[in-house]
Design a protein around this ligand. Structure first.
Ligand code: 26Q
Length: 816
C-alpha cells in the first residue's frame, strides 16, 4: 500500500492545468474569463474524476478477471460530506492541483468550500458507512456500497430565538460532478398486489403480482483508495415511475392528476428520514428500505449470473453486510428471488441467504429497535410476509423440539405479539445472518447479555465484536495538515500508511520541544475557529481559552444537559468568587435534533439561553463562554475537531453503542472527559486512564440504580448544593426571564423521572471537570497527555476494522 510520491514536475502541473481548462470549456461550456468560482470547482472535480475513472475501470476488470469475492455494504445512509479532497488526497495530487489552479489565479482552498456536503445520513451510522467505503477502497477489497440517492439529505439547521428550524437540504441543485447516471441499470421494484401458488413439478411455485411497480435507477460514484491503486463503486438508487405521465388524464385536462402516480413513486427517494432514534414506523420508510434492498439484490444476482451460470454458489462470491436492520427486509427478498425467480428449494435458498448475509447492530435501546406491523407488511409486501411466517414456523419448531417452553418461544419469535403484531427486524436480521456484530467490546458484550440473549443461547456462536474505526485520511491528514506534517517530520511518512507506528510518538511526549510544537500546531486552528464564531455569531472568543467541545446528535442519552448543567454551576461559581484564578474556557456545542424530538429541541434552546446570559454577564469577563454552532455537518466537524482541547463523551453508561467522534477528537490530541461507555472503554485501555477524565456510573452501577432508586433523583439533588442551585436556577427562569416557566418541566424531569441519570452523575462529572481545570493549569501535564492520546489512537483506524470484517466476517482478501 505505498503512496506514490506526488508528481511535482512542471509538466504535470501544466497537463493538469490544460485538463481543467478543457473540462471548463467542454463540460461546463465556459471560457476562463467568464467562469464563476463554482464553474472552476466543477471543472476541477471533473478533472479529478477522470483520474479516478482510470483506476476504477482497471479495479473492476481485475476483480472480474480474478473471480474475486465482492462485498456489498447495504446502508440506508452514507454520510460522505465533501469528496474533492478525499479523492485528490488519495490520488496524491493536491499540491499539483493547487499549482495548476494558481496559474489561473484560482484558490483551491476556496473551491473546496463551494462543494456541498453529501449529507445522506443522520450521524454515526452513516458516517461509519462512508469511512468503511474509503477503507475498503484503500485495502483494495472489491466492494459496492448500496444505498439511496436522496434528492434531499439531512435538513439544514437554523436557529431562531434558540429554537431549531429545519430547512430542506438541496445538495443536487447545482449538479453533482462525482456521479455517473446509469439509465441502462434499472430494476423493477413492486409493492402490494397478491400472491398466487401453482403446483409445478410436485412443488408449489409462488408468484407475486405486485399492484404497483416502480423503477430503481443506478447512480454510481467512484470511491478511490489511498495511494490511488483501487476504486470501488458507491451505487445509489433513485426512484422513477413506470409511467412518467398518465396521458389519458392529461388529455382530459387533468394536468396535475396526470402526475400523481409519478409523484407517489418518486417520493421513495425524495428525502432522508431525519430521525436517528425511535423509528416512526411510516409506510414510506418501509418502502425506502425494500426499494433499495430489492434493487441492490437484483443487481448483485444479475452480475453474478453474468460471471457464473448458477446462483447456487452465490455465497462463495458475495458477502452482504447489513448496516443495522434498515436493509433487513432484504433477507426475505433474497429468499423470494432464490425461491420464486430462480426456483431453488427452501433449504438451499436459506443456506445461501445465511451464507451471504451478516448484520451489524448499532443500538440496544428498546425504543430504537425496528418493528414493522404485520398488517402493513401484508399489504405492502405480501409474499415477504409469507416467507417470514414460514421462516418463523421452522425456527420455532426447531426450538420447541429442543425443549423451549412457550415463554421462551415468545421471546425467540420473529413476531412480537404484544399490542399490535409486529415483525422484529433485529430477530430477522439475526436469523438470516451467519455473523452478527456489535460496534465496540462493551456493546457486543451487552448485546449478548440483553437483546439477543435468548437467540444467542438458541442458535449460538454468531455474535462477534467489530470495534468501529475512522478513516485517518479524512480525520487526520485532510482535516489537520499541520499536525500531520509534524507527525511526518517526527516519525517519517510511513506513519501515513501504518497508523500503528504512531506509538513511536510516545518518547516524544517527554520532550518539551516536541510538546511545544504539538501545542503550536493547534493555535492556528483555534484562531480559525474563533474567526468563524465571530463571523457566524458575532461573538469574540479567546483562542487561548480551553476549547471544550461536544459535537454529536442532540439526544437525552448523550447528555448535552449534563454539560449545560456544568456550565451553569461554573457560572454560579465564578459569580460567587469572581477574583479566583479562573482559566478561560469556551464550551462549544453543535448538533441537530430529530424534528419531532421536542425535548432535544428544548436542550438546544437551553444551551442558547445559558449562552446569552453567561456570555453577556460582565462579572464573567469571558472566563466562561458558551457557543452553539448551528448546522453541524461533516464539514463543520472537520473544522471543530482539530481545534478541540477537551472532548465530551458523556453518555449514560450502556447507551452509546460505540461513538466515533470520540476517536476523531482523541486522534487529533484532545483529552476525553467521558463515561465508561461504548468505545471510550477501549480508548481508555490504549490511551490510559491517567490521560483521560473518566467519571460516572458504570453500566453495572446504572443497572443497579435503575432497579433500586429508579429514575427519581430527589435525594441526590438534596445532597449536592451546587446541583440544587443549578436546577433551581433553571426552574426559576434565571436563563429565561421573559418566560420564567420555560424550563420548569425540564427541571422536574431531571429531578423526578430521568431515565438518563444526569443528576446521579453530576457530582462525579463536576469533580472530573475540576481535574480538567487543574491539568490545564499545568501545561507540561496537559500536552504530555495530548501527545499520548494521538500516539495511542492508531488502532482506531477503520483499516483495522475493515481488516477484521474481511478476515472474520466476509472471508475476502485485501487485494494489494
Ligand atoms: C430507523 C427507522 C426509521 C427512521 C430512521 C431510523 C434510524 C436512522 C438512523 C435509526 C438509527 C439511525 C442512526 C443510528 C446511529 O447513528 N447510531 C450510532 O452508530 C454509530 C456507528 O456504529 C455508533 O458509534 C453510535 O454509538 C450509534 O449511536
Amino acid at each position: 500500500m505505498d503512496v506514490p510520491a506526488e508528481p511535482t514536475a512542471e509538466h504535470s502541473v501544466e497537463s493538469l492545468h490544460d485538463a481543467i481548462l478543457a473540462r471548463l470549456l467542454y463540460n461546463i461550456g465556459k471560457t476562463p474569463s467568464r467562469a464563476s468560482q463554482r464553474d472552476w470547482y466543477a471543472a476541477t472535480a471533473l478533472t479529478i474524476r477522470d483520474r479516478i475513472v482510470d483506476v476504477w475501470t482497471s479495479s473492476a476488470a481485475r476483480a472480474r478477471a480474478q473471480g474475486a469475492k465482492r462485498v456489498a455494504y447495504f446502508s440506508l445512509e452514507f454520510l460522505i460530506g465533501r469528496l474533492m479532497f478525499d479523492a485528490a488526497g488519495n490520488l496524491g495530487m493536491v499540491e499539483m492541483l493547487r499549482n495548476a489552479l494558481a496559474l489561473e489565479g484560482i484558490d483551491l482552498d476556496h473551491l473546496r468550500t463551494l462543494e456541498p456536503d453529501a449529507a445522506l445520513g443522520n450521524g454515526g451510522l452513516g458516517r461509519l458507512a462512508a469511512c468503511f467505503m474509503e477503507s475498503m477502497a484503500t485495502l483494495a477489497i472489491p466492494a459496492f456500497g448500496y444505498g439511496i440517492r436522496y434528492d434531499h439529505g439531512l435538513f439544514r439547521q437554523t436557529i431562531t430565538d434558540g429554537w431549531q428550524q429545519e430547512i430542506p437540504e438541496d445538495w443536487l441543485s447545482s449538479g453533482n460532478p462525482w456521479e455517473f447516471q446509469r439509465p441502462e441499470l434499472s430494476y423493477r421494484v413492486g409493492f402490494g398486489g397478491s400472491v398466487t401458488g401453482a403446483i409445478e413439478a410436485g412443488r408449489t411455485a409462488f408468484t407475486w403480482n405486485p399492484g404497483e411497480t416502480l423503477f430503481a435507477v443506478a447512480f454510481d460514484t467512484p470511491m478511490v483508495g489511498y495511494g490511488g491503486h483501487h476504486a470501488n463503486t458507491l451505487r445509489l438508487w433513485s426512484a422513477r415511475a413506470a409511467d412518467p405521465l398518465a396521458l389519458d388524464a392529461f388529455n382530459r385536462g387533468d394536468h396535475v392528476g396526470a402526475l400523481t402516480d409519478r409523484v407517489r413513486a418518486e417520493a421513495v427517494s425524495r428525502v432522508l428520514y431525519p430521525g436517528d432514534d425511535s423509528p416512526a414506523g411510516q409506510e414510506l420508510r418501509l418502502r425506502q428500505e425494500y426499494f433499495f434492498a430489492s434493487a441492490s439484490l437484483q443487481d448483485m444476482l444479475r452480475r453474478h449470473l453474468v460471471e457464473h451460470d448458477t446462483v447456487r454458489n452465490l455465497a462463495e462470491f458475495v458477502a452482504i453486510q447489513l448496516n443495522d436492520t434498515h436493509p433487513a427486509i432484504g433477507i426475505a427478498e433474497l429468499m423470494r428471488l432464490l425461491l420464486d425467480v430462480h426456483g431453488l428449494e427452501w433449504d438451499e435458498a436459506w443456506r445461501i441467504t445465511q451464507g451471504c448475509i451478516s448484520y451489524t447492530n448499532h443500538t440496544l435501546l428498546p425504543e430504537a429497535l425496528e418493528m414493522w406491523p404485520v398488517l402493513l407488511l401484508e399489504r405492502l409486501l405480501p409474499r415477504h410476509m409469507q416467507i417470514i411466517y414460514l421462516l418463523n414456523a421452522r425456527h420455532l419448531d426447531t426450538q420447541r423440539a429442543a425443549g423451549a417452553d412457550d415463554r421462551l418461544l415468545a421471546g425467540l419469535s420473529l413476531i412480537d405479539e404484544g399490542s399490535g403484531r409486529r415483525v422484529r427486524m433485529g430477530h430477522l436480521a439475526f436469523l438470516g445472518s451467519h455473523s452478527v456484530n456489535g460496534v465496540s467490546a462493551l456493546h457486543t458484550d451487552l448485546m449478548r447479555r440483553t437483546i439477543f440473549r435468548d437467540l444467542d443461547a438458541a442458535v449460538g456462536g454468531r455474535i462477534v465484536n467489530r470495534t468501529n474505526g475512522i478513516t485517518f485520511r479524512r480525520w487526520l491528514h485532510q482535516t489537520n495538515p499541520g499536525l500531520t506534517r509534524l507527525l511526518v517530520d517526527t516519525l517519517g511518512d510511513r506513519v501515513l500508511r501504518d497508523p500503528m507506528t504512531l506509538t513511536d510518538l510516545m518518547p516524544h511526549a517527554e520532550d518539551a520541544g516536541f510538546r511545544a510544537a504539538f501545542k503550536a500546531q493547534r493555535v492556528p486552528r483555534k484562531q480559525a475557529m474563533a474567526r468563524l464564531v465571530a463571523a457566524q455569531l458575532g461573538l469574540v472568543v479567546d483562542p487561548e481559552a480551553l476549547f471544550d467541545i461536544q459535537i454529536k446528535r442532540i439526544h437525552e442519552y448523550k447528555r448535552q444537559l449534563l454539560n449545560i448543567l456544568h456550565a451553569i454551576s461554573q457560572y454560579n461559581a465564578i459569580r460567587a468568587q469572581p477574583t479566583r484564578d479562573w482559566r478561560p474556557r469556551v464550551k462549544f456545542f453543535a448538533g441537530k435534533a430529530a424534528p419531532s424530538y421536542t425535548l432535544a429541541k428544548q436542550i438546544i434552546r437551553l444551551a442558547h439561553d445559558v449562552a446569552r446570559v453567561v456570555n453577556s454577564d460582565p462579572t464573567v469577563r469571558g472566563l466562561l463562554q458558551v457557543v452553539f454552532m448551528p448546522n453541524y455537518n461533516v464539514s463543520l466537524a472537520e473544522l471543530l475537531i482539530p481545534s478541540a482541547d477537551l472532548s465530551e463523551q458523556i453518555s449514560t453508561a450502556g447507551m452509546e453503542a460505540s461513538g466515533t467522534g470520540n476517536m476523531k477528537l482523541a486522534l487529533n490530541g484532545a483529552l476525553t472527559i467521558g463515561t465508561m461507555d461504548g468505545a471510550n472503554v477501549e480508548i481508555c485501555e490504549r490511551v490510559g486512564a491517567a490521560n483521560m477524565f473518566i467519571f460516572g456510573m458504570s453500566t453495572e452501577e446504572v443497572e443497579a440504580r435503575r432497579t433500586s432508586t429508579g429514575f427519581d433523583a430527589t435525594a441526590t439533588v438534596a445532597a449536592c448544593p451546587a446541583l440544587r442551585d443549578v436546577v433551581e436556577a433553571m426552574r426559576s427562569g434565571v436563563f429565561s426571564p421573559e418566560e420564567p416557566q420555560r424550563y420548569a418541566a425540564l427541571a422536574d424531569r431531571l429531578i423526578h423521572s430521568d431515565p438518563f441519570f444526569v443528576c446521579a452523575d453530576f457530582d462525579s462529572y463536576d469533580r472530573a471537570q475540576d481535574l480538567v481545570d487543574a491539568k490545564w493549569r499545568d501545561p507540561v501535564a496537559w500536552w504530555r497527555s495530548a501527545v499520548i492520546n494521538t500516539a495511542n489512537m492508531g488502532w482506531f483506524s477503520s483499516d483495522r476494522t475493515i481488516g477484521e470484517y474481511a478476515a472474520g466476517t466476509w472471508n475476502v482478501k485485501p487485494g494489494l
